[in-house]
Design a protein around this ligand. Structure first.
Ligand code: SF4
Length: 973
């Protein structure tokens, strides 16, 4: 056990348990820093740095630097953060398990014991991202959607089942149980963890705070429970899994002092939308945010978690709430054991980190104030989560946005008559249905398949007779609500807003109000606990009567899996160019995220989702205008339906029952017959199936040997792409649809797969053959080597004369330089890369500022490597993508200020060499980029190595982090 600073101390962990911990108060006593004034979130990271300080992976200087954190001027240093555990969702988790499986195969080829490949920290993968709302508004919706999900994802699930039995530290939560962050909050998080160890020759238990990273941006939700954690890309998660630190730059910490209390009628969702708007304006991107003060203490953990969840929307790395009695109460109420609760409380007390800090006790980088009493009911949208609108202003805002020019963020509709409505008959011939005749239920399914792009003959046959849509007649126009979804762990983890939705539904049903058949209604909670309390309180039945039947326990509409709209509705939107609306309790509403044909998307609390479903439109002021007419034809207003705080509190009595959590989170695999039906291979080694187009062994460990290569100059490279500023990871590795004409599409067709069954790049991340072909294949990426084009196109210039490139002169044999070498041959990036690979020609990418911005995506770096790119030279890099490139053995280099591909007049016909590279490279050193032009002239410019730390030099030398770790594990075995 590391004890570099002599801080290991004994403490009473409660319930008769004695243990040790790395004492931060002791570290302060030794004069290492003024730790008791540090933000609590920084102290938790400091504890990890202190506990893992071994002089190599984590150095003494790392502890000293962080212990002396200066909020006003944080050190420009990377913090090596070794996290306690990892959480994954299925979209991003599958490729990680594929890599682990590939590492085991590599060990076996080297005649080693494959079991040495095992996550070194606990890993939990929750399958939640794959369920889509195909069926809704019926008691069968849950079962039918689950059946569809299993059909679509069978190969991936088979593979995951193998992983579940192969790795000891890997736990899998099957589909139909819940959403990753809600499951984390209600079940996985422990608050404090412990590990058996030896202290002074005696067996003992070392306690440490629960910390994590997850491969999903809303991992931040767990900060509501006092657990530090955030979303990272797959490669960092992989590093964390294998015991490597996750590196991040010392952050500023913004303290938000909360005072007062939320007013009657104001929900936690209203609060988080207010905070999102407020903190976006304060520019908290890349910073920690810590909430404190008596207002923070008054918020229950589910409200804190809702606020923590939306950190990516306000831009912060985390939105943290310190641990207090409320946190312990939540653990207890959700069925965690008495021992766990006692250890949690006692540990934080021993560290002097228990209780909500008061103003002045902590030194933050920036101090902000928020009086909770000032928060008003509102919604956010129609395109960004930070664009909050007070509820009374929604109608007016929508009307003005409708007319506002597109360049100003509006919809550019001049002289619109909002009262125009178009008749759609949803169960027979509609007057405007043209070539879409009336459809019977069986045929309806086929139409829907056209929309979802995912038909299978089986599906139509098996499900013939099941209704995808509600029937009836409707009139729709601009501002019509066509999707109303109670979705997203942001809100479904919060019983107060879920019960409020149920109570509002009850009052509406009792008054005889109904939801228009054109509105696609859905309820997708993040755990089965929600169904338990909605059933116990009798509220689910009212939600059902309004069409908010359960559709699944997963992300659904929040991730854009809202499923098809009725074809006649789609047609009406298209024919009349309607600006239709969705209302959802999610956290993101960028255009086309919720549904490709719905342009106005408003985030709001679950009760408001029900209210707007009833109103059927967003162009109104629900605080003044009626929501509809009751059974007697009397106008009904939102105020008539809105539940009081007392009503919500009364219903809450049955919401948090520890025994329910214990029951529902026990043996969940056994409670899932569909999951149990999936056959899975067993054994330590995965039997790769060449027939599978979802799971394929990646070539990262082909020809793997124990000896790391030498770092050498890159000579005679060609440019694969020259890009401008702000190329995103989605440009580099798109997640969405696969075009039939793209290299990935052509490949899938060659494998006998119809375009309708392509599924998305996101779902094929377990197959490098698809993902490599998809790299730089975004239809919007602009390669400046081929001006005027979009998509993954480049120019192929053939094999350069390396001798000439090295000596700085042309070969003197122009005949040897083919036509391709002077004018370039236009082809796909993938095709060109493969031709270059055949000739052993290294490749480079040249780019502008913020290269690799956007969400962290491991395939953006993996695909780059597999195309044969050896270096990316950019004006600047997004932090995570830069480290991912190093992690995959691709060299990031930065142009000097004022230099870029344009100032150097590069067009891609050049030959490039990078000199100054050797085993002796130092982080951040300057090397030389030599440019040999087609006209025989050459230039040399300095470029900075963006290998930023000593450990990254090791990663690069080994050809990437996976190879580095694999060699270490094999050496130890
Ligand atoms: S529900 Fe939404 S926020 Fe939650 S994990 Fe799913 S996609 Fe992310």
């Amino acid at each position: 056990m590391n004890n570099e600073f002599n801080t290991l101390q004994e403490f009473d962990a409660g319930k008769g348990r004695e243990g040790f911990f790395h004492s931060l108060p002791e570290l302060e006593k030794q004069g290492v820093g003024k730790i008791s004034h540090l933000p609590i979130s920084i102290r938790i990271v400091l504890e990890s740095v202190l506990r893992n300080c071994d002089g190599k992976k984590v150095r003494r200087e790392d502890v000293e630097t962080l212990a002396n954190w200066n909020g006003k001027k944080p050190a420009n240093e990377e913090i090596p953060f070794v996290v306690a555990r990892i959480v994954l969702q299925d979209f991003t988790g599958v490729p990680l398990v594929v890599d682990l499986a590939a590492m085991r195969s590599a060990v076996k080829r080297l005649a080693g014991d494959p079991k040495i490949i095992e996550p070194l920290v606990p890993v939990d993968l929750v399958v939640d991202h794959s369920v889509q709302v195909d069926f809704f508004g019926s008691a069968q919706a849950l079962r039918l959607n689950l059946e569809m999900e299993f059909k679509r994802n069978r190969e991936r699930y088979q593979f995951l089942k193998w992983g579940q039995q192969a790795f000891k530290t890997f736990q899998l939560i099957p589909p139909g149980i819940g959403i990753v962050h809600q499951v984390n909050l209600e079940y996985l998080a422990k608050g404090v963890l412990s590990q058996k160890s030896e202290v002074g020759g005696q067996k003992s238990e070392i306690f440490y705070p629960d910390t994590l990273v997850g491969t999903d941006s809303h991992t931040t939700m767990i900060n509501g429970l006092g657990v530090v954690g955030w979303g990272v890309g797959g490669i960092e998660a992989e590093a964390g899994m294998l015991g490597q630190p996750v590196y991040f730059l010392t952050p500023e910490v913004v303290g938000v002092h909360l005072t007062g209390k939320l007013r009657e009628g104001v929900t936690a969702t209203d609060l988080v939308l207010h905070i999102t708007q407020m903190l976006r304006a304060q520019k908290v991107v890349g910073k920690f945010v810590e909430f404190y003060g008596e207002g923070a203490a008054s918020l229950p953990v589910p409200d804190r978690a809702t606020i923590g969840n939306m950190s990516p929307e306000y831009g912060a790395t985390i939105g943290y709430f310190p641990v207090d009695q409320e946190s312990v109460n939540y653990l207890r109420a959700t069925g965690r054991s008495d021992e766990q609760c006692a250890a949690f409380e006692n540990y934080f007390r021993a560290q002097k980190m228990f209780g909500m800090p008061r103003q002045g006790e902590i030194d933050y980088s920036v101090d902000l104030q928020l009086d909770l009493g000032q928060v008003q009911p509102g919604v956010a949208g129609p395109k960004r989560p930070q664009d909050r609108i007070n509820l009374p202003d929604l109608g007016q805002t929508f009307r003005s946005l409708l007319q506002q020019p597109i360049k100003d963020g509006g919809y550019g509709k001049e002289n619109v008559d909002l009262s125009t409505r178009h008749l759609v008959q949803l169960n027979g011939s509609a007057p405007d249905d043209g070539d879409m005749p009336g459809i019977d239920p069986g045929e309806e399914l086929n139409k829907a398949e056209m929309v979802t792009n995912r038909p299978t003959p089986d599906r139509a046959k098996d499900m013939k007779g099941a209704d995808l849509f509600r029937h009836g007649e409707s009139k729709i126009g601009h501002g019509s609500v066509l999707i109303a979804a109670i979705t997203s762990c942001t809100n479904t983890s919060n019983p107060s807003v879920m019960l409020a939705a149920g109570l509002l539904a009850k009052k509406a049903v009792e008054r005889g109000l109904r939801v228009d058949p054109a509105v696609k209604t859905s309820l997708a909670p993040g755990s089965r606990v929600v169904s338990d309390y909605l059933t116990k309180t009798g509220l689910q039945t009212y939600l059902d009567q309004l069409g908010f039947n359960l559709v699944g326990y997963g992300c659904t509409t929040c991730i854009g899996n809202s499923g098809p709209l009725h074809p006649k509705i789609e047609k009406a939107i298209h024919d009349h160019d309607l600006i239709a609306a969705s209302v959802l309790s999610g956290n993101r509403n960028f255009e086309a995220r919720v549904h490709q044909n719905i342009k106005a998307n408003f985030l709001m609390s679950p009760p408001l989702v029900v209210a707007f479903a009833l109103a059927g439109r967003v162009d109104l002021d629900l605080t003044k205008e009626p929501i509809g007419k009751d059974k007697d034809g009397k106008e009904t207003f939102l105020r008539d339906l809105w539940p009081s705080l007392t009503e919500v509190r009364d219903a809450m009595q049955s919401a948090l029952a520890p025994e329910v959590f214990r029951k529902l989170y026990r043996d969940f695999a056994d409670q899932n017959p569909k999951w149990n039906e999936i056959p899975a291979s067993t054994g330590d080694i995965y039997q790769w199936d060449e027939k599978s187009d979802y799971i394929h062994e990646p070539p990262f460990f082909q020809d793997f040997s124990m000896k790391a290569g030498k770092i050498e100059n890159i000579v005679g490279a060609r440019a694969l792409g020259i890009f401008g500023d702000s190329v995103t990871t989605d440009h580099i590795s798109p997640a969405g649809a696969i075009k039939a004409s793209s290299p990935a599409g052509r490949y899938l067709i060659s494998r006998g797969i119809e375009p309708t069954d392509f599924n998305s790049y996101g779902s094929r991340r377990g197959n490098d053959l698809v993902m490599t072909r998809g790299t730089f294949a975004n239809v919007r990426i602009k390669n400046l080597m081929v001006p005027g084009t979009e998509g993954g196109i480049t120019k192929y210039y053939g094999k350069p004369d390396v001798a000439a490139a090295v000596s700085g002169r042309r070969s003197g044999n122009p005949a040897a330089e083919t036509a391709a070498a002077t004018t370039g041959e236009q082809m796909s990036i993938y095709e060109a890369a493969m031709k270059y690979q055949k000739d052993n020609v290294p490749l480079v990418i040249l780019a502008g500022t913020e290269y690799g911005t956007g969400s962290s995506r491991d395939w953006a770096a993996k695909g780059t490597r597999l195309l044969g790119v050896k270096a990316v030279v950019a004006s600047s890099f997004e932090r995570i993508h830069r480290s991912n490139l190093v992690g995959m053995g691709v060299l990031p280099l930065q142009f000097a200020e004022g230099t870029n591909a344009q100032t150097l007049k590069l067009d891609g016909s050049e030959t490039f060499s990078i000199t100054g590279l050797s085993d002796a490279i130092e982080p951040g050193m300057t090397v030389t980029l030599k440019i040999e032009r087609a006209n025989g002239k050459s230039d040399s410019v300095p470029v900075r190595l963006r290998i930023d730390t000593a450990i990254e030099v090791d990663y690069y030398r080994h050809g990437g982090i996976l190879q580095f770790v694999l060699r270490q594990l094999l050496a130890k075995a």
